[in-house]
Design a protein around this ligand. Structure first.
Ligand code: IMP
Ligand code: MG
Length: 178
């Protein structure tokens, strides 16, 4: 695995500090509420697991699994729900937790789908954001790091289902995915 890594972009320590900071902000903003925190599988799983332990209010965790990427590195724009939520979100405060927002097409689809279920509020938290790549206009409430247009892996984020278990976020050598 390590031989495929080009460069470590965010170390375990740096990620931890950022997750602490996001958890504090979310705790303040959602004070008095009981949100449903929705992790977008599989990429957001590691981030969500760390983040919820830094959010100091009662909450419910749910997951939705959508796919758009297949095994390539470019979004297809076609989104499929592989696993839907377990809970109704009607009249609830929702926090969507994503790993990375790239074109924004996945999130645009998700937002439209979840809004049709009539939640009270929807906010979005993404660990990573690639603003240069955005193809649709989406307001993201909490962003960990803005990164340039480079393919990254680790801390839950994969390439062809690999590298999710790296504890840091790193760029891949181009020969690995080209
Ligand atoms: P979007 O629909 O283009 O915004 O793509 C969002 C999804 O694509 C993310 O939730 C990731 O699963 C995946 N993705 C986007 N950029 C990367 C990357 O650099 N590495 C791995 N997965 C990525
Ligand atoms: Mg994802």
């Amino acid at each position: 695995m390590k031989e495929d890594i080009k460069q470590i972009i965010y170390s375990e320590e740096v990620i931890k500090e950022k997750v602490d900071e996001l958890g504090k902000r979310i705790t303040e903003d959602f004070s008095g509420k009981n949100p449903i925190v929705i992790g977008v599988l599989k990429g957001a799983n590691v981030f969500l697991s760390d983040l919820i332990r830094k959010i100091n209010i009662p909450l419910i965790v749910d997951f939705i699994d959508v796919s758009s990427y297949g095994l390539s590195t470019e979004t297809s724009g076609v989104v499929k729900i592989n696993k839907d939520l377990d809970f109704s979100i009607e009249d609830k405060d929702i926090l969507i937790v994503e790993d990375i927002i790239d074109s924004g097409l996945t999130l645009e689809y998700l937002l439209k789908n979840l809004k049709s279920r009539n939640p009270k509020t929807i906010r979005i938290c993404s660990l990573l954001d690639k603003p240069e790549r955005r193809r649709v206009d989406i307001k993201v409430d909490y962003i960990g790091f803005q990164i340039p247009d480079e393919f990254i892996v680790g801390y839950g984020i994969d390439y062809a289902e690999k590298y999710r278990n790296l504890p840091y976020i790193a760029s891949l050598k181009e020969e690995v995915y080209r």
